[in-house]
Ligand binder design. Sequence first.
Ligand code: KG4
Ligand code: ZN
Length: 338
Amino acid sequence: MSAIRDPFSILGIETSCDETAAAVVANGVAVLSSVVSSQIDLHARFGGVVPEIASRAHLELLTPVVAEAMVESGLDRQGIDAVAATVGPGLAGSLLVGLSAAKALAYVWRVPFIAVNHLEAHLYAAFLEEPDLDLPVVVLLVSGGHTLLVAMHAHGEYQLLGTTVDDAAGEAFDKVARFLDLGYPGGPAIDRVATTGNPEAIPFPRPMLTEGYDFSFSGLKTAVINYVRAHPDAAVDDVAASFQQAVVDVLISKARLAATDVGAKGLCLAGGVAANSRLREQALDACMADGLRPFVPSPSSCTDNAAMVAAAAWWRFRADGPSPLDTGADPNLRLGAG
Ligand code: KG4
Ligand code: ZN
């Protein structure tokens, strides 16, 4: 590839689910601006994301969010060297809004367009804050739609070790919180309520704890529901803390095993559930005990944002160059599929 401008500033756009976000990041590491507009209030009364409402809201919010990201970055359009957007996985209608906007901007500004995998973007949230990677690292990518254990051997080189056989970790948090009437999104609500609870109060199952790298959370969710129905007077904070501890135990135990098997130098947390305070605490303890370097992004970098999209785009662009302007949204895109 011909020489690229230094610094190389990328405008990133994220609209895969219910956050409308735009950010400008230089050379994959320097965040010049990062704006996230959450649609939580629009979806909360339905107890989950309503795809049609999400795509309409992205349409309304994207232009002001991009404008704010540009103003905050201190750059004008001549300062933008490429425009990137999430192409998948995610909600088809929502992805299309950000993708179409990014391609249109790239076309009129005559700069490259870069298509970004949302899962790879989550992973780069950790490296935005700690750019000098110690490879290989084991990545625990836990969000509302995904639970992946991945060995990262080089930039863009991923080995999928395990995934969930049913619900994603975030989905389990959301469903249990909904059952406990704690509101939406459930993860932050359980995290908050659990602070006053006893994590050892109720011995919930640790599903598939000793069975390889795959996860299962659906049975745990059912165990919580059955327990609360049988013990209507159970303290909600104890239930929340005990459920959270069961999830964290399984996640951390498998991540540690993977790190040993792979000979990893570090352990990286990514995705919305990585904002969980108990998971973060125990990941740091595990790293200390096992001599691993922790890559634990700040909570606001774990949940959906566009700085991670612009960061991942920088590495994608250096490896593969620009993406074609006829790139379509791919709601089921997998990690490692480009
Ligand atoms: O990565 P993300 O923002 O969106 C997806 O790509 O899915 O993740 C959202 C998920 C939701 O399930 C939410 O409940 C969960 O991350 N989450 C948390 C916490 N903050 C967000 N789960 C547990 N503890 C938290 N503090
Ligand atoms: Zn996400």
